[in-house]
Design a protein around this ligand. Structure first.
Ligand SMILES: Nc1ncnc2c1ncn2[C@@H]1O[C@H](COP(=O)(O)OP(=O)(O)OP(=O)(O)O)[C@@H](O)[C@H]1O
Length: 583
């Protein structure tokens, strides 16, 4: 419920952590600085009065001027300390927010991480948080001090003459009204602005990633409809927002500073009437001019609150993503095999797996085949613990997978996905990720087993070539073999291959198959397969259609009693004759 959500400032303070005291002190110093900032005005009032009364002496003038200078210096020092502390605190808040996000990233279902566009995470961690810094560092200490400064000025004028105090306030109701008109619907508009900015950034990242395809088809940026739409939407929503604000903003900024509209006629009338002295008249004219700037800053601070709110909302929404709850103590594992017991799974509303039950045996190969979109990869992702089941149980080593710490499960399995990701580190370090403390010899042995040693040695710097630099020169199959070398080095007891050979050419496929056979020697292998020839010798083949297992057994059995498998095999055989191999 929205009303139970803590306010923006409270939410921010939740991230202040160890710097809570510093932030409060910085606010206190800023307010104190403003109080000292009133000193010179007070001195001017006293001096003007003394001059007018004819009681001014050189000592008094010197004392008042010195006092004004000291007040100004103290104000400067206090503001400087306050600003320093608030910036430091802001960076602590940003650090805490970023840590909270990255901590959450490690705990949310891995599937969410894999399926969220990279651009969205970049927005969240870099852009959103950076925007917060600027708003926070100034907003936190300046808001109280910017409120304190006008209040002190007003108090001073009221003390000198309450009628002039009222006259100085005359523009505030009208200015506030204009300001309120500007802020109408600000929150939702801001949210819309940020959503459209995020969407534009995400599609931009997607566009850059897909630039090869766009060029290959000789298309312009505008032809990439999603990107063009998101830019247009960002432009339209920003313009709609600002055109609503501009008029009221200009009106508020024009009216608020015009305190002379009240003080000049009222003061002149009271002075001529003889009930107001000239020094008080002059002070009442000048002092309000000093509180206009802080008041304008208060109005800007209101905008900043909305900005902070919008940015914080993105952060808190992600922080509320339910995490995968796993124990911290290692679980006792039996034989390293999987048991699916009546597993149902839905990504959102619609179920993609229904009543899946099967068991794998240690040291054997289980293949999962089926029509496109039937749920094969989802089964593999549940095995890797990327998502939790909706109902039913996935067991590994006899334990419910939810009772196994994520790190322990990851030590047991190697998950080789289709989009074989290489970090922008040296190829050696990419392979070493399998076991961070592996020696160079072990890394090279794994690379040899995965049939990558030869092509790595042909690269300019061999194993020390950066994967990013080599990226263009590595074929999909070569990249695949590097990830297999990584998995070989890891020595996990279970290997999960998700469509590992889907896009390899025949020569690469043979090399990949050799690499895989070394990878899986003596291990349990689960393979999500598109090419039926790679799994014809599997110990168990599961045929999936529409989220259900419609056939299971070895190839020979399935060819006899599973019509879908028979058809897939016939299609596959036909495609080979027809010159392509995809099923
Ligand atoms: N993150 C997701 N959110 C929502 N739906 C998803 C998600 N991932 C997959 N799906 C849907 O779940 C269903 C099963 O997908 P899955 O990738 O497991 O099928 P698959 O058999 O491996 O398909 P393919 O062989 O084409 O890769 C599909 O309808 C797919 O659109």
């Amino acid at each position: 419920m929205k009303s139970k959500e803590p306010g923006t400032i409270r939410q921010l303070f939740a991230f202040v952590g160890e710097s809570n005291g510093k932030m409060r002190l910085s606010i206190f110093l800023a307010v104190l600085g403003e109080l000292f900032g009133m000193g010179p005005f007070l001195m001017v009032a006293v001096l003007a009065d003394a001059l007018y009364q004819g009681t001014a002496t050189p000592t008094l003038v010197l004392f008042l001027c010195g006092g004004a200078a000291v007040c100004q210096i103290i104000k400067m020092l206090l503001t400087w300390r306050s600003s320093l502390m608030s910036h430091k605190t802001s960076f602590t808040i940003l650090k805490n927010i970023r840590e909270a996000i990255t901590d959450r990233m490690a705990k949310v279902p891995m599937g969410i991480m894999l399926e969220t566009p990279t651009g969205a995470f970049k927005n969240l961690i870099v852009d959103n948080v950076a925007k917060l810094e600027d708003s926070m560092a100034h907003f936190m200490p300046e808001l109280p001090s910017n409120i304190a400064a006008p209040l002190c000025s007003i108090l001073l004028i009221f003390l000198l003459d309450w009628r002039m105090g009222l006259a100085a306030l005359v523009t505030i109701p009208l200015g506030t009204l204009f300001f309120a008109a500007m802020m109408r619907g600000y929150g939702p508009r801001m949210e819309n602005y940020m959503r459209s900015a995020n969407e534009m950034n995400s599609t931009l990242v997607e566009y850059v990633n897909g630039i090869q395809v766009i060029k290959a088809f000789n298309r312009s940026a505008a032809s990439y409809g999603k990107y063009a739409d998101s830019v247009r939407y960002f432009h339209d929503s920003t313009m709609a927002w600002w055109s609503q604000c501009w008029l009221w903003n200009a009106a508020a900024r024009a009216v608020l500073p015009s305190t002379l509209l009240g003080t000049l006629p009222v003061g002149a009338w009271l002075y001529m009437e003889g009930s107001l002295s000239l020094p008080v008249f002059l002070v009442a004219l000048v002092v309000p001019l000093g509180f206009i700037a802080p008041l304008m800053k208060v109005s800007e601070a209101m905008e900043q609150v909305s900005m902070i709110k919008g940015n914080l909302e993105q952060v808190t929404t992600f922080l509320k993503t339910p995490e995968l709850v796993r124990p911290t103590e290692p679980a006792e594992l039996g034989e390293r095999c999987y048991q699916f017991e009546d597993v149902h799974f839905a990504y959102n509303e619609s179920e993609v797996l229904r009543g899946i039950s099967f068991q794998t045996q240690p040291g054997t190969m289980t293949a999962i085949v089926g029509t496109s979109g039937s749920g094969k990869s989802t089964i593999a992702k549940l095995m890797a613990g990327f998502w939790d089941v909706t109902s039913g149980t996935v067991r590994f080593g006899g334990q419910d997978i939810r009772n196994i710490p994520f790190g322990q499960l990851m030590d047991e399995i190697s998950y080789v996905a289709q989009d074989n990701f290489l970090f922008d580190k040296s190829i050696r370090e990419n392979i070493r990720m399998g076991i961070p403390d592996a020696s160079d010899g072990e890394v090279e042995a794994a690379a040899k087993a995965a049939n990558c040693h030869d092509f790595i040695m042909q690269l300019e710097q061999g194993y020390d070539t950066m994967a990013g630099d080599a990226g263009d020169r590595l074929s999909g199959g070569e990249r695949q073999r590097i990830t297999i070398a990584r998995a070989i080095l890891k020595q996990a007891s279970v290997i999960i291959l998700d469509e590992a050979t889907a896009y390899a050419d025949p020569e690469n496929e043979a090399l990949i198959q050799q690499a895989i056979s070394k990878l899986v020697a003596g291990k349990s292998l689960i393979v999500v397969a598109h090419r039926l020839n790679t799994i014809r010798n599997a110990d168990q083949i599961l045929v999936v259609a529409n989220g259900e297992i419609v056939g299971r057994g070895i190839q020979k059995e399935l060819l006899q009693n599973c019509p879908l498998y028979r058809k897939m095999w016939q299609d596959y055989a036909g495609s080979i004759e027809g010159g392509t191999e995809d099923v």
